[in-house]
Write a protein that binds this ligand. Structure first.
Ligand SMILES: O=P(O)(O)OC[C@H]1O[C@H](OP(=O)(O)OP(=O)(O)O)[C@H](O)[C@@H]1O
Ligand SMILES: Nc1ncnc2[nH]cnc12
Length: 170
């Protein structure tokens, strides 16, 4: 299935110079959304993992559907002040700013293997930050899957030693 026609480019959002990849047309098409989740499942079928980690907010959309489909544990990674229990935290740079993310301290067991699922892989800063959180809990990232990879930002340079899969590359 050609998913590209469901991604809308919005120039200068949220800042001048950024071309924002808007996934809402894809979410609005049940066949395309299901197609993406099925293709994600296919691409990760030979990766070993116990849990799916999802960054707020757009990662939740794809990762929770994939966790349901594959019957995996789901762990939300959230912006500060949202998680109610004790957290581990890390700061990072985004294509359009600075951010912090948190995860519950007891979200992962030592040695657990995780797959990170997100909509867009841009600079790789978010995923790299999640890798740091996972390592703080002595667990391990065994794979990453995103719907969209912005290859011109070279995200893979930040993410060596881990399998990275994406469905659409720009
Ligand atoms: O590879 P990076 O440069 O880190 O960029 C990718 C991240 O940026 C976006 O999230 P954002 O922080 O804008 O949050 P949102 O999902 O709440 O919109 C996107 O959903 C990814 O998580
Ligand atoms: N260009 C972009 N479009 C959508 N989400 C993003 N996250 C980081 N960069 C992005």
């Amino acid at each position: 299935m050609n998913f590209e026609k469901f991604i809308r480019d919005i120039p200068d959002f949220p800042k001048p110079g950024i071309i924002f990849k808007d996934i809402t047309p894809l979410l609005a098409d049940p066949e395309a959304f299901k197609g993406v989740i099925d293709e994600m499942a296919e691409k990760v079928k030979d990766i070993e993992f116990d849990a799916i980690l999802v960054p707020e907010a757009r990662g939740f959309l794809f990762g929770s559907a994939l966790a349901y489909k594959l019957g995996k544990k789901l762990v939300p990674v959230r912006k500060p002040g949202k998680l109610p229990y004790e957290v581990v935290e890390v700061s990072y740079a985004l294509e359009y700013g600075e951010a912090k993310i948190q995860m519950h301290k007891d979200a992962l067991e030592k040695g657990e293997k995780v797959l990170i699922v997100d909509d867009v892989l841009a600079t790789g800063g978010t995923i790299k930050a999640i890798q740091t959180l996972v390592e703080k809990l002595e667990a391990e990232v065994s794979g990453i899957i995103c719907l969209i990879e912005l290859e011109f930002l070279n995200p893979r340079e930040k993410l060596d030693n881990v399998r990275v899969e994406s469905i659409l590359k720009y």
